[in-house]
Design a protein around this ligand. Structure first.
Ligand SMILES: Nc1nc2c(ncn2[C@@H]2O[C@H](COP(=O)(O)OP(=O)(O)OP(=O)(O)O)[C@@H](O)[C@H]2O)c(=O)[nH]1
Length: 958
């Protein structure tokens, strides 16, 4: 039974007597390279001293066990455990155990290295011996060849065999003595076995195993000292640690690092190309060869001088070792770091150097010079965040916040401040404020005059104006040699027409035809605005009419010269002179009447006076000296716009200056676009349109408003930006309509009391839509007003019908029709679709419809009036009044009312009408009578008046 067993507590048994435990156990944690670790239990056996005679220890330190032939490292004797002081504390024991474990580990490493060195030396020796052998053999062969009679040569002496020399060589590295075995731990105590009589062959066998020499030759060789087993019963282990001076040799000395004499490492000999002897390879035991393989390769020179002792009490620093090894490994290599920094200090990376150089170049490297503060022009919109303002000022946001805080405004960076506060900050920081508003996004109207040298003569733009049916279109047709009149619905012009006529002398005149109907006031106003000359057409038979006068006013307002064309002079009742006289009433003095306004008598039908009219137009144009710069970005005015089924939104534009080309990017009103095609008044595609040329423009994003200005811009992004801004403004206008004053509030309240007549209006052109909407809005009265849910250019669509259905509104289609789907939905939802092609019919029907919506009108007629003279009590029915009829007839069947000081105090019916106690139906003026009322009305006083009246219902008209 081992002592370990004895130590175990045994249940129900008594503890053995008197003997202290002789085995100390503890855990040791080992750390290996690459973060590996191992925890082992270490047992340390203490020497047991028995009594005074106990000179010899009862239990010897583990005697070296005869090593098995295969385990070469185990052949070394187990390192003896030093006696442990009995008063050792747990911490001391722990420290000691750790120390011992570390010593063991170091010893193992040293042993492995030593063995590798020995092997290397051995190999070198072998090579040398083989070389000598070969040389000798060659020499002998040469000698034999030289000798006439060769003598038999004795076999080579075994001593010369390199294998036999191996053990001898193995002795060399064994010189330094090591106190620990290469085997790491021995937790189990070995039993004391009497050492066998050393056989002669045993050491040899051992040495053969120890030595890397592969030869299994049983040649007796001197056994290595360290490997020599001590004869039993030697109490002490093979002593390896020299006793420390001044210490009792019988006492176990604390373990210390043994000074390890580093063996001389031969210079790494160039490895022979040939492999080691095959015999050696075959017979080499696996364990040593493994050890050899694990030894560090001898190729790299060691940085530590050989033979230098390891510092005695130096802590076993693995990192130190690793570093050293790493240095050694890298010793021969040229790395970037080493190349850049020879002294081994940590060098900056190439990227860092590059960055530093760049920084230097930028001028940030050196010490900063005090910079002169830059004064900036800071653009500040109506509202701006503190952060954004800081960015624009190139100041720190925190500084701005601080400044605002000082001003008593605790704000954050993300908070928005107004323009005034921003101005305070901008001036505080020494900059200049430039106030801007959202409208700055918009394109400014280019009012700059073109250089005189860039101006070229351009055709005049002539607008024909006048009352409806006075022959405007007919006159224009006669001038153009075309027949537009026949194509017009109802024979009336319902949209503006633009044409360019080439005259006999090849000069050109642009004509704009405007509608004469009152609904197209806006169109006439626009016509007057864009034109150079106005031709006022007045029918000689009809004279001046409302729209004639309106046209005169538009022309005057626009400040344009006028030519009066007195038309229809072929008619028998034509009276041109009367027209001239009537014109005087409106401050238009024609030449014949001593004025400056030109006039001409014409007949569009008979083509009389047309040349004279043209001459007068040309003369007027000459006087005006019309010029424009064709070589610049185009500007134009929209005279008409529509949504064409095949071509999309189309605008008729009169170019005012510059030249509009296909591909130009433009903004027109709240729409933008890129010119896809240009079509002239004769339907031909043109590449460009110069000043005063009317042209249809294709490629718009939407239908613009007639009268909108078209401006060519630099790029599509800018065009979109401007169009978006303008649309947002329009939206804002539509959605914000708050009453501004009390007056407007009351009028709005009143208007709200009026009944609404909802409508959806769709028409063929923008101008027509505008005219229809304006005409419908004029129909409104205090009782009813039209509410146009939606108006637009183009055919009637599903969405129009859906919108109308929601409010039960009819849809007005002017020169447009509903598509199939819209018709289907309209039928299903009972939405009325009303189509028109003459604006008169449209307005009349809407007026009738709105009137019908209100129902018949009540008209009241007072039939009789009487003065109340006396008031009597009439019992249950309240009071009776004695009257004198002053006017008309008081009838019982009629409605009656009592007024006091012209204020109605009662309205109802007469219950009874009596004259001298007789009930009568009526009492005429001048007679007296008595009345009672249906309702129990008692507030009657003498002096009040009684009226009887009739109500007549008549059909309403608006
Ligand atoms: N006898 C006679 N009739 C004329 C003359 N000029 C026009 N008319 C007739 O007058 C009518 C109206 O002519 P329009 O040219 O349509 O008149 P308008 O001014 O263009 O009418 P709106 O476009 O509706 O404003 C037509 O029937 C013409 O035939 C003329 O010189 N002599």
């Amino acid at each position: 039974m081992s002592e370990t067993d004895n130590d175990k507590p045994k249940l129900g048994m008594r503890q053995p007597l008197g003997l202290k435990r002789t085995v100390e156990t503890g855990k040791v944690k080992q750390s290996f390279s690459h973060g590996r670790s191992n925890t082992v239990i270490v047992e340390t056996k203490r020497r047991r001293v028995l009594g005074p005679q106990g000179g010899a220890p009862e239990t010897a330190a583990p005697a070296p066990t005869p090593a098995p032939a295969t385990a070469a490292p185990a052949a070394a004797p187990v390192a003896p455990s030093r006696p442990v002081p009995s008063n050792e504390t747990a911490q001391e024991r722990q420290a000691r155990l750790l120390r011992e474990a570390e010593e063991q580990r170091l010893a193992m490493q040293e042993e492995a290295r030593r063995r590798a060195d020995a092997e290397r030396q051995q190999r070198a020796e072998d090579d040398r011996a083989r070389a000598e052998e070969r040389a000798r053999a060659e020499a002998e062969a040469a000698a034999a060849a030289a000798a006439p009679a060769p003598e038999p040569t004795p076999a080579p002496a075994p001593a010369s065999n390199p294998v036999a020399e191996a053990p001898v060589q193995a002795e060399a590295p064994a010189a330094p003595t090591i106190s620990v075995q290469p085997r790491p731990f021995r937790p189990v105590e070995r039993p004391v076995i009497p050492a066998p009589e050393p056989k002669a062959e045993e050491p040899a066998k051992e040495s053969a195993v120890e030595a890397p020499a592969p030869a299994p030759a049983p040649t007796p060789a001197p056994a290595p000292v360290a490997a020599k087993p001590a004869p039993a019963p030697a109490p002490a282990p093979v002593v390896t640690t020299p006793p420390i001076l001044g210490r009792d040799p019988s006492m176990p000395a604390p373990r210390r690092f043994s000074p390890v004499q580093r063996p001389e490492i031969p210079k790494p000999a160039p490895k022979p190309a040939a492999a080691p002897a095959p015999a050696a390879t075959a017979s080499t035991p696996s364990a040593p060869s493994n050890n050899a393989a694990s030894a560090p390769s001898g190729g790299a020179p060691r940085s530590m001088p050989s033979g230098q002792p390891t510092p005695r009490n130096a802590p076993p620093g693995r990192p130190q070792q690793r570093d050293r090894k790493g240095d050694e490994r890298r010793g021969g290599k040229l790395t970037v770091t080493r190349a850049l920094n020879e002294d081994g200090a940590r060098a900056r990376s190439l990227a860092a150097l590059k960055r530093a150089r760049e920084k230097e170049k930028r001028g940030f490297g050196g010490p900063r010079e005090p910079q002169i503060k830059q004064v900036r022009d800071v653009q500040v919109p109506e509202a701006i965040t503190v952060q954004e303002l800081a960015n624009r000022m190139a100041e720190k946001g925190a500084d701005l916040v601080k400044a605002l805080f000082k001003m008593g405004m605790p704000v954050t960076m993300t908070q928005t401040i107004d323009q005034d506060t921003a101005e305070l900050l901008v001036t505080e920081f020494g900059h200049n404020i430039v106030r801007v508003s959202d409208s700055d996004i918009d394109l400014a109207l280019d009012t700059t005059e073109d250089a005189v040298e860039s101006l070229r003569p351009r055709p005049p733009v002539v607008t024909i104006m006048g009352h409806v049916d006075h022959g405007k279109t007919s006159l224009l047709d006669a001038l153009r040699g075309t027949d537009v009149v026949r194509g017009e619905a109802g024979g009336i012009t319902q949209h503006i027409g633009a044409y360019q006529v080439t005259l006999k002398d090849k000069s050109k005149v642009t004509f704009l035809d405007t509608p004469g109907h009152e609904a197209f006031t806006q169109m006439r106003a626009r016509g007057a605005d864009v034109t150079d000359i106005v031709v006022l057409v007045v029918a000689a038979d009809d004279g001046l009419m409302p729209q004639t006068i309106e046209a005169i006013n538009h022309t005057k307002a626009a400040g344009k010269p006028m030519i009066v064309a007195i038309n229809k002079i072929d008619k028998h009742d034509a009276n041109a002179q009367r027209v001239r006289e009537r014109l005087l009433e409106h401050d238009v003095q024609v030449e014949d009447m001593g004025g400056e306004t030109q006039d001409v008598e014409v007949s569009a039908l008979k083509k009389i006076g047309l040349d004279t009219l043209i001459e007068k137009i040309q003369l007027q144009a000459e006087l005006l000296e019309l010029t424009a710069n064709p070589d610049r970005a185009a500007e134009g005015s929209v005279v008409e716009a529509k949504l064409d089924k095949g071509r999309g939104p189309v605008a008729t534009v009169l170019v005012t200056r510059g030249t509009l080309k296909v591909g130009d990017v433009f903004v027109v009103g709240a729409e933008s676009g890129k010119v896809r095609a240009l079509v002239d008044d004769k339907g031909r595609q043109v590449k460009e349109a110069g000043p005063a040329m009317p042209v249809e423009v294709l490629g718009l994003s939407g239908v613009p408003q007639a009268g909108d200005l078209l401006q060519v811009v630099e790029n599509e992004a800018r065009a979109r930006e401007v169009a978006e801004y303008r649309q947002s403004v329009l939206l804002q206008k539509r959605t914000t309509s708050a009453p501004a004053s009390l007056e407007s509030m009351f009028s709005a309240l009143k208007a709200n009391q009026a009944k609404e007549y909802p409508l959806v209006v769709k028409a063929d052109t923008q101008g027509t839509v505008e005219a229809i909407v304006a005409s419908i809005n004029k129909i409104a009265s205090d009782l009813i007003k039209a509410r146009i849910l939606h108006s637009g250019v183009g055919g009637i669509t599903e969405s129009d019908v859906t919108l109308a259905a929601a409010s039960g509104a009819p849809i007005i289609g002017f020169n447009v029709r509903a598509n199939a789907k819209a018709r289907e939905i309209a039928e299903r939802n009972k939405v009325a679709l009303k189509y028109y092609d003459v604006i008169y019919d449209l307005i009349d029907e809407i007026r009738a419809g709105m009137a019908g919506e209100l129902g018949p009108e009540a008209f009241e007629t007072v039939v009789g009036r009487a003065e109340i003279r006396e008031v009597f009590s009439a019992g249950k029915i309240g009071k009776a009044a004695g009257l004198l009829v002053t006017e008309g007839v008081i009838r019982k069947a009629l409605k009656a009312r009592i007024t006091r000081n012209d204020v109605i105090i009662y309205q109802g019916e007469i219950n009874s009408l009596r004259r001298f106690k007789d009930d009568v139906a009526e009492v005429r003026a001048g007679l007296e009578c008595g009345v009672t009322f249906t309702q129990n009305f008692t507030d009657i006083k003498p002096g009040d008046y009684l009226e009887t009246f009739e109500v007549e219902l008549r059909e309403r008209s608006l």
